[in-house]
Design a binder for this molecule. Structure first.
Ligand code: FAD
Length: 396
């Protein structure tokens, strides 16, 4: 039977990083994945250019039922530490929105750095490999694995679960990590798709679909959070940074406020009426907002075709009301099929925030997205993968 110090299940962001750092410490490491390629999600992330960290990352950018859990790992391995690593490999990267670092050319460049480091560290990577069973023993675990239809047994002192969340099943996502956690007595917070487009109710969907591809600045408010970023109309409803962000805080059935162009206030419109009385309201709006959005507004507020001089304060107020409570008629999200992350997961109250070892089963560790830790949109989720993977690597 093959023996390893450490076996890591899941060759995604956190697993690869943990494997490399544990192997650099001299541990004999095997990382396995049932997919035919390591780091598939890295390749599709950030629109193919991977937003690999956020220089501002701090605990306040993470949702977790145990809010202090992520402090220690984020402190021990920071965004600057990761930047130092990619600088050593001369990665070309760009800062888009302040703090958000993306590969300049392709996410492939970042994955290639992670795989080069893995190779240098001497960790062993096995793809197309699934775990059939785990037997907990006095000292670690015995795993029955299946690689390309060949079954074998391996033994390890430390077993790290880095199988991520449920988003994008077509990329290899499974609930394996949650099952293992439950088997040894962990609580798992209910999961739901997040950082995900919102779908509209059927009647409204057809209207919004006419605007598919149109983007505008909004303020999205739900669950006590506010995000002022662009929104994008889609064939199914709405997406874009503001919408993805708010899904970390909103659930179907709860109130969601979409305020288009918050700078268009009653005061500013009254002023425009004084300054440009002969201009039609819709012509004015066409300078401030996308044309197709103004056309939709014109079909719902028919008086917009009038000149400002003919428009009452009540009408301007109804326009402000229309914009500040824009009716998206949300009825759900696109779900795990397109979600960037999974909210919920393994309860961090039962996992050490320093070592990431389970308090239920000695020798078992959880890192990355399988834990009940979810970052905002903007590179925070990868930073969590690096920080948690690095932290566990010091103890496995
Ligand atoms: P993953 O990277 O998901 O890795 C889990 C691995 O486990 C996978 O390789 C999977 O094949 C394997 N696995 C699962 N089940 C099993 C099993 N039963 N047996 C063996 N192996 C298994 N975050 C950012 O910070 N910036 C971005 O730009 C960004 N863009 C994203 C875009 C998209 C479309 C998506 C889906 C996500 C994006 N994210 C982004 C989120 C980020 O990808 C994840 O938070 C991160 O990959 C989580 O790392 P992880 O190691 O926990 O899990």
């Amino acid at each position: 039977m093959e023996k390893f110090d450490v076996v890591i299940i899941g060759a995604g962001a956190s697993g690869l990083f943990c494997a490399t750092n544990a192997a650099y410490r001299g541990r004999k490491v095997l990382i396995l994945d049932h997919a035919n390629k390591a780091g598939k999600k890295i390749l599709m992330s950030g629109g193919g250019r991977c937003n690999f960290t956020n220089m501002d990352a701090s605990p306040k950018h993470f949702l977790c039922n145990n809010p202090h859990f992520c402090i220690s790992a984020l402190k021990r391995y920071t965004p600057s530490d990761f930047v130092e690593l990619v600088d050593r490999h001369a990665l070309d990267y760009v800062e888009k929105t302040p703090g958000q670092l993306f590969c300049k050319d392709s996410a492939k460049d970042l994955l290639s750095i992670l795989l080069t480091e893995l190779e240098w560290s001497g960790a062993d990577l096995r793809l197309n490999t699934s775990v059939k069973s785990i037997d907990w023993q006095e000292q670690g675990a015995k795993l029955t694995i299946n690689q390309n239809n060949t079954q074998s047994e391996i033994q390890c002192e430390s077993l790290v679960i880095a199988t991520g969340g449920l988003s994008i099943p077509s990329m290899g996502a499974t609930g394996f990590g949650y099952e293992i956690a439950k088997q040894v007595g962990h609580s798992v917070y209910p999961t739901r798709a997040s950082l995900v487009p919102i779908t509209a109710q059927p009647d409204r969907k057809a209207q919004l679909a006419e605007l598919s591809g149109v983007a505008c600045d909004i303020e999205a408010t739900a669950g006590g959070a506010v995000f002022k970023e662009p929104m994008l109309f889609t064939h199914r409803g709405v997406s874009g940074p503001a919408i993805l962000q708010i899904t970390n805080f909103w659930q179907p059935g709860e109130p969601l406020k979409i305020h288009i162009a918050p700078e268009l206030t009653l005061e500013s419109l009254v002023k425009t009426r004084e300054e440009q009385p002969k201009k039609t309201v819709e012509n004015y709006l066409a300078n401030e907002l996308p044309k197709r959005l103004v056309e939709l507004m014109g079909s719902e507020l028919t008086w917009l075709s009038q000149k400002f001089a003919q428009v009452s304060n009540e009408q301007l107020e109804s326009l402000v009301n229309y914009l500040s409570n824009f009716d998206v008629a949300p009825n759900g999200t696109e779900g795990y099929r397109t979600a960037e992350v999974t909210l919920g997961g393994v309860d961090t109250n039962e996992v050490s925030s320093k070592t990431f070892e389970s308090q239920k089963q000695k020798g078992l560790y959880f890192i990355g997205e399988v834990l009940d830790v979810t970052g905002w949109l903007g590179g925070y989720n990868f930073q969590w993968a690096w920080s948690s993977g690095f932290a566990a690597a010091q103890f496995v």
